[in-house]
Design a protein around this ligand. Sequence first.
Ligand SMILES: CC(C)(COP(=O)(O)OP(=O)(O)OC[C@H]1O[C@@H](n2cnc3c(N)ncnc32)[C@H](O)[C@@H]1OP(=O)(O)O)[C@@H](O)C(=O)NCCC(=O)NCCS
Length: 158
Amino acid sequence: VSHQTYRRDAFTVLTDPALLDIDLVHDLSRETYWAAGIPRATLVRAVAGSLCFGIYEGQKQVGFARVVTDRATFAYLCDVFVLPTHRARGLSKWLMECVVAHPDLQGLRRFVLVTKDAHGLYARFGFETPADPAAYMHIHRPDVYRSQPDAGDEPTGR
Ligand SMILES: CC(C)(COP(=O)(O)OP(=O)(O)OC[C@H]1O[C@@H](n2cnc3c(N)ncnc32)[C@H](O)[C@@H]1OP(=O)(O)O)[C@@H](O)C(=O)NCCC(=O)NCCS
């Protein structure tokens, strides 16, 4: 697997998973509405099975996006975030540009995501509400992390 590098001003977007700051991604994940309480081991497994994008300012990671994909027909975008100190500077829009330009994410038949309130961000990259939402089925267990091994691992409030 070849890793991609994208550059803009002082920032880089890199897809080499070895460079990711897992502790930072874990801290940020736990503050989200969708991954609060995710055990670190679960996150590590998720990252290992995904195509991950880190945004870096120098060596420091300031953003993240994860794509679960077969790199041929289908992809699911999740875990998109930018450090609070670095928001409202266009970084997530650039991150999305990098995601949709990635060579392994071309020619997919379906590229999906779920969002509570960021439709406007994704709409500019072609994502739209399905014409027939009734065609979608899922198993959704929002509290699943509570039953996983290091479930005592609650958000710290930092
Ligand atoms: C959402 C998030 C990634 C945006 O990152 P950012 O780097 O501050 O965003 P950008 O500066 O690139 O701008 C995002 C654009 O999408 C728009 N947008 C739409 N919905 C948005 C939302 N829920 N939050 C932030 N921006 C949103 C913004 O208005 C902006 O458009 P504009 O430039 O025309 O005003 C960031 O606020 C974040 O990490 N939030 C917490 C985690 C989260 O909610 N992630 C998305 C889950 S689907």
